[in-house]
Design a binder for this molecule. Structure first.
Ligand SMILES: CCCCCCCCCC(=O)SCCNC(=O)CCNC(=O)[C@H](O)C(C)(C)COP(=O)(O)OP(=O)(O)OC[C@H]1O[C@@H](n2cnc3c(N)ncnc32)[C@H](O)[C@@H]1OP(=O)(O)O
Length: 183
């Protein structure tokens, strides 16, 4: 088992999450499942149609999941013209979707299935159409079925300026929560 980084030591950690997305006192330190669990679970669950990462989702974000380094989930996507909000820039809802995907992926690294209960986003800089967006997310604590997760999106490279910060609460669900493919 690998431990995820503590909130205090996470590289590029965003500012404080709200009280609703901060692990309560006594929350467990996240323990990641053995490597690859997130990918195995996702393929079992049929994520091809996912608007965030699905390869069959023609108009989706086609987020490319990367590796996990020191408990931090990495992924990226390219802002296309159909993602535009204000002229020349990515829509904020698209960026929230990307953060949902990244934070959700960090929760799934725990080895269970999770859905978004709450998602908070801070927009710090506009993201141009055509930009590559580099996402990172990590779990800060687990309390029963709740996983507390934070993340950030950067442009201009993985170590470029932070454009979006996010924090969320993801709730563990059984496989039966999802609609079987083909139903
Ligand atoms: C590579 C793979 C990567 C995968 C990434 C996936 C990313 C995408 C993720 C999504 O977008 S998921 C889609 C959006 N989310 C949903 O559709 C969830 C809709 N909501 C529900 O289905 C139910 O409300 C939910 C399963 C979350 C909870 O219902 P339950 O009846 O199972 O549980 P319950 O309401 O008893 O709550 C369980 C615990 O979670 C807490 N909780 C529930 N909703 C919450 C909320 N909104 N915020 C904070 N905490 C919440 C609740 O307080 C409680 O805490 P305690 O155990 O301490 O009492």
């Amino acid at each position: 088992m690998t431990s995820s980084p503590s909130a205090a030591s996470s590289p590029g950690r965003p500012g404080p999450a709200s009280p609703r997305t901060t692990p309560p006192p006594g929350a467990a330190t996240p323990e990641l499942a053995e490597g690859g669990a997130v990918v195995a679970l996702a393929s079992l669950a049929g994520f091809e149609g996912c608007f965030g990462c699905g390869t069959d989702a023609e108009n989706g974000l086609r987020i490319r999941h990367g590796g996990v380094v020191d408990g931090v989930m990495t992924c990226e996507f390219t802002v296309r013209k159909e993602h535009q909000g204000a002229p020349g820039f990515c829509h904020g809802g698209v960026l929230a979707t990307a953060m949902d995907e990244a934070l959700g992926g960090a929760a799934w690294l725990l080895g269970n299935r999770y859905v978004t209960g709450r998602l908070e986003t801070d927009y710090l800089a506009p993201v141009p159409v055509g930009a590559d967006v580099h996402l990172r997310a990590w779990c800060t604590g687990v309390d029963g079925r709740k996983a507390f997760v934070e993340g950030e999106a950067r442009t201009g490279g993985p170590d470029g300026p932070v454009a979006v910060r996010a924090a969320g609460v993801f709730i563990e669900v059984p496989q039966e929560h999802f609609v079987p493919q083909g139903s």
